[in-house]
Ligand binder design. Structure first.
Ligand SMILES: [Mg+2]
Length: 430
């Protein structure tokens, strides 16, 4: 089934709600201040204020210098929350799968609720009309419709205020042409500078840049950049709120059709990901696998019926997806990730065996003490014979959502390599 995601973002939210509440403020430059002092900052400004250069973060004093007629009101959270509730309850009539991303932004998974993008566009117009009629005529929103969560937000972020942008696999290239790198959700100036260093000047070029080169430069972050722009879904609409994610990727230097080798690489990626989950005392509600081949790319994401932190469960899922999705070509890279992470619940249900990952944690401990992969699972033995010509470095793997998590985990990954003796290699071969 064709995936259809809608992203909605109310324009100049706090300021628009204030103008909605008080018609006298409409059409005039207005700023919402955290505190009513001259040196406080404006946390939101109306479109009329923005037109005069008074943007979010401007100090009240500086705003008044830019326009002495600037209306300054004090922030009123209950007012914004009640407006948000009204808007989101309208959205809830059209899908069960809604992620409230912030007080004025939401993702709505319309997959299965609409026929196609035309249907989805009509629904978006209807939602817009209902917000106008039922919440307030001064509230406008930018909307994006796309096959993935990331592209939907990118579409509404880059849409003209109050309008809808529909991205499809067909029109995406044309839309990206000439678009600045920093227009993409998640690319700030530091990343822009690093991409420019690689000779990538705009988003179209980023989309068409060889993914393996991006991964060599940025690790899994490189895969993520490429996947987002190429319409590969990495996490789906995340109800009820955005989770942390962990994952690993690897570029294969050795090109082979031997699936035992590919599965051994997947085992290692899943083992690393599982270890990370367990070290955080987290379980994953979903998993994705992405891969590239000499003829193209593929991948998919799945939700687990029961959350897990078991490397073998991740591995089985990875292999299932790979077997289903790999049609042709020699594999060039793999990336795996877990999403919808929640803390491990030790209570469990009355009948289920409590999950404590005892065996896995014991293996983790031995490996922590004596070096990586002293103790390992059968599938990984096969990796050994390729060790010499395909060093499995994993140096550039990072978790890509949480800076704090990065810091804790980066150190442990440095310089990891698989090192089985030659005896094992012969054993495996016979
Ligand atoms: Mg907004």
């Amino acid at each position: 089934m064709q995936r259809i995601i809608l992203h909605l973002d109310v324009n100049s939210y706090f300021a628009s709600v204030e103008q909605q509440a008080n018609p006298f403020y409409r059409g005039k430059p207005l700023g919402v201040a955290a505190t009513m002092t001259l040196y406080g900052c404006l946390i939101a400004t109306s479109k009329e204020a923005k037109a005069k250069g008074i943007v979010t973060g401007t100090r009240v004093k500086d705003g008044l210098a830019l326009d002495p007629n600037l209306i300054v009101v004090e922030v009123d959270p209950p007012k914004y929350r009640s407006t948000t509730e009204k808007i989101f309850s309208i959205l809830a009539e059209y899908s069960e799968d809604i992620e409230t991303y912030s007080i004025d932004e939401a993702f709505v998974n319309l997959t299965g609720f609409v026929k196609d993008v035309t249907d989805a566009s009509q629904l978006a117009q209807r939602i817009k009309q209902r917000i106008f009629n039922e919440v307030g005529e001064w509230l406008t929103c930018s909307m994006g419709i796309a096959p993935t969560r990331w592209l939907a937000k990118f579409a509404s972020d880059t849409a003209p205020k109050g309008e809808l942008v529909v991205l499809t696999r067909e029109n995406l290239d044309g839309y990206l042409e000439g678009k600045a790198l920093t227009e993409a959700w998640g690319i700030a100036h530091r990343m822009e500078a690093r991409l420019l260093d690689l000779g990538i000047k705009n988003l179209w070029e980023l989309k068409h840049y060889p993914v393996t080169n991006l991964m060599e430069a940025f690790g899994i972050k490189g895969y993520e950049l490429w996947a987002n722009l190429n319409g590969v879904e990495l996490s789906g609409v995340q109800t009820p709120r955005p989770p942390k994610s962990v994952g690993h990727s690897h570029v294969l230097r050795r090109r082979t059709v031997d699936h035992r080798f590919h599965e051994a690489v997947l085992m290692k990626l899943c083992e690393k990901t599982g270890r990370r989950l367990r070290s955080l005392d987290m379980e994953a509600g979903g998993f994705w696998l992405g891969f590239g081949t000499t003829l193209g790319s593929g991948g998919d994401s799945v939700r687990f019926p029961d959350r897990t932190a078991d490397s073998r469960a991740l591995f089985r899922t990875a292999v299932d997806i790979f077997r289903q999705q790999h049609k042709a070509g020699v594999p060039t890279h793999f990336a795996v990730g877990c999403f919808n992470l929640v803390p491990v619940s030790r209570q469990g249900s009355l009948f289920a065996k409590p999950k404590d990952y005892g065996l896995e944690k014991a293996m983790d401990e031995i490996n922590d003490k004596y070096g990586e992969y002293v103790v390992t699972t059968g599938a990984m033995f096969g990796l050994a014979k390729h060790h010499a010509d395909d060093r499995i470095g994993f140096r550039k793997t990072v978790s890509w959502d949480v800076a704090a998590l990065d810091k804790r985990l980066m150190g442990r990954d440095a310089g990891l390599a698989i090192d089985h003796g030659p005896e094992l290699i012969r054993e495996e071969a016979t």
